[in-house]
Design a protein around this ligand. Structure first.
Ligand code: XBP
Ligand code: MG
Length: 256
């Protein structure tokens, strides 16, 4: 029986990276007087490292090794990440990060059908709150019973930790849930936690390895614009709805 849906955030609920996080990182670099600028292609490469602090450290070790080697660099990075998060939250509240197609409708329908909702993300909790309030509904944070975000677990995706953390707090086994992801790292994490996973890919993750995903789509689809199917049996439907998720869940569990 399908009881809960667990959503990744960045790339899944919304296309947050290219025109959201990336701009926030560059604004923080400017504030700090750093000569760093992450353009669209470079940021796509850096996304292989999950976690904003971890991503900046990875970049600094390669492009500013002397700075990265300073004893107080960790503290400097933490402050830089606070600046970046402030910029990102402002962008989100300015309405610059809309939800992906079909996400709002599916979340509302899932709630109405009595499915429990949760979030499992690498991004910072402030970013999740801002996105839910600004792009879904003012009270949308309360729609999610569990929000697993950022540093609550020691190991970020592709480690399964954040999904295991969420399942434990839901008090559910993985086979009572479905996960939604957008990237190779995210899928490794959800599969590592034993979760059947629906992938909606994006411009930065089109060529990722989605082996093991139960379904792979361009997005969840909406009545007026069907989802493009990469690998899925839509059972005659043109967009993902609660009934289709229940069918997929039953098929996924029967395969186990
Ligand atoms: C995506 C990430 C995050 C964001 C940036 O997380 O890896 O690090 O890129 O957010 P997910 P922070 O796809 O799991 O939602 O700077 O707050 O880390
Ligand atoms: Mg993601």
């Amino acid at each position: 029986m399908l009881e809960a849906l667990i959503f990744d955030v960045d790339g899944t609920l919304a296309d947050t990276e290219r025109d959201g996080h990336r701009l926030a990182f560059n604004a923080a670099f400017r504030d700090a007087g750093l000569p760093w600028h992450w353009d669209v292609p470079l940021y796509g490469e850096l996304l292989a490292v999950t976690g904003g602090k971890e991503r900046m450290l990875h970049y600094a070790r390669r492009h500013a090794p002397d700075l990265a080697a300073k004893p107080d660099f960790d503290n400097f990075l933490r402050k830089l990440h606070v600046l970046k998060t402030e910029h990102y939250v402002q962008l989100v509240h300015a309405g610059r990060v809309p939800l992906r197609p079909g996400v709002g409708a599916l979340l509302r329908a899932a709630r109405a059908a009595g499915l429990r909702l949760a979030i499992a993300t690498t991004t910072s909790p402030e970013n999740v709150s801002a996105l839910l309030q600004a792009s879904l509904a003012p009270d949308a944070e309360s729609w999610f019973e569990v929000v697993g975000a950022g540093d609550v677990v020691p190991a970020k995706k592709p480690a399964p930790d954040i999904y295991l953390w969420v399942l434990e707090r839901l008090g559910l086994p993985a086979d009572a849930c479905l996960a939604f992801e957008d990237s190779g790292n995210g899928l490794k994490a959800s599969l590592g936690a034993g979760l059947a996973t629906v992938v909606t890919d994006g411009e930065y993750t089109l060529n990722h390895d989605f082996s093991g995903a139960f379904a792979v789509l361009s997005d969840l689809g909406v009545p007026e614009r069907p989802a493009q199917v990469r690998r899925a049996d839509m059972h005659g439907k043109s967009f993902v709805d609660v009934d289709l998720l229940r069918t997929w869940h039953a098929e996924a569990i029967s395969k186990n």
